[in-house]
Each structure stands twice: as structure tokens, then as C-alpha cells.
Design a protein around this ligand. Sequence first.
Ligand SMILES: [Fe+2]
Ligand SMILES: [Fe+2]
Length: 169
Amino acid sequence: MQGPLHRFFDADHRRLDAILNRACLDPERVDVVVFQEFRAGLLKHIGMEEKVLFLAASRARRDRLPLFAKLRVDHGAIASLLVPTPNPAIVAELVSILGPHNRREEEDGGIYDACDEAVGPEEAERLLEELRHFPEIRLKGHNDAPVVHEHIRVNVDLSRAQWRDDAIS
Ligand SMILES: [Fe+2]
Ligand SMILES: [Fe+2]
């Protein structure tokens, strides 16, 4: 059975997937107004994972799971893809990282299960309260400068390389 933290973050994945689908109903163009909602929600989701979930689990375990560092690298790539004005190619690249990333978090014995197990049910309920009051993200405007796209390349390559290396070793 899934623990409370697992259920909370799973539900947020589903909610964000639905918003992104709505933003991409037209395959030729992204609805930038709906995409803002997705962007703010996803950045908040990443903040909740890094600033609440991973920290609490590391504190309870007295060590950091190696997977946390890799998920943070993915978060860096995902966040960088949210900087430029969205188009179908950018969204496709984003989904190619976000899909496997979410599966690694959600799967049986994945990171959400590990976090629920590390903190225990009582602390998980307390953390849920904290998560429900997590501040909304104040979005900056999109930036389409060349340096932004270089930044995306570096971050996306780092994310892809770490999982590819895992598959080889
Ligand atoms: Fe994540
Ligand atoms: Fe997540």
C-alpha cells in the first residue's frame, strides 16, 4: 500500500499531467496561458520535493539516497526547459525527461516509497501539513536568449548521461 507522501506526490503528478495535456491540445502550438499554470505547478512540485521531501527523508535516514542527487539533476534540466517560451519541440523534450523521472519517483520501491518508509507515518502526516502550505512560485517571464538554450543543452545532456551510464554499468 502506498504511504501518504507517495499518494500526495502521485496526485500532483496526475494533476500536472492533466494541465500539460490541456496546454497541448493543439499539436501545432502550446497554449501559453495554460502552460503558465503548469510551469508554476511543476516548479512548486520540484520545490516541495527538494526542500521538504528529500530533506526530511535524508534527516530521518541520516544519509542521502544516491538517487536524490540524480533526481536533482533531472529537476535542473526540467526547470531549464521551463525558461524559454514553450513550443511543441520544447514540450516534447520536457516530457522525455519528466516521464521517466516521474516513474522513478512513483514506482514500487521508488523514491516516494523510500521517503515514506524513512520518515514513518506520523512524520509523513506532519510533512503533508507543511506541503499543503508550501508557497506558490512567483514566475519570471520567459527568456529566449541563446544562453538559455545552451543552458538547456548542458542540463539535458547531464540528465540523459546519468541514466545512460546507469544502464551500461
Ligand atoms: Fe521530481
Ligand atoms: Fe515528482
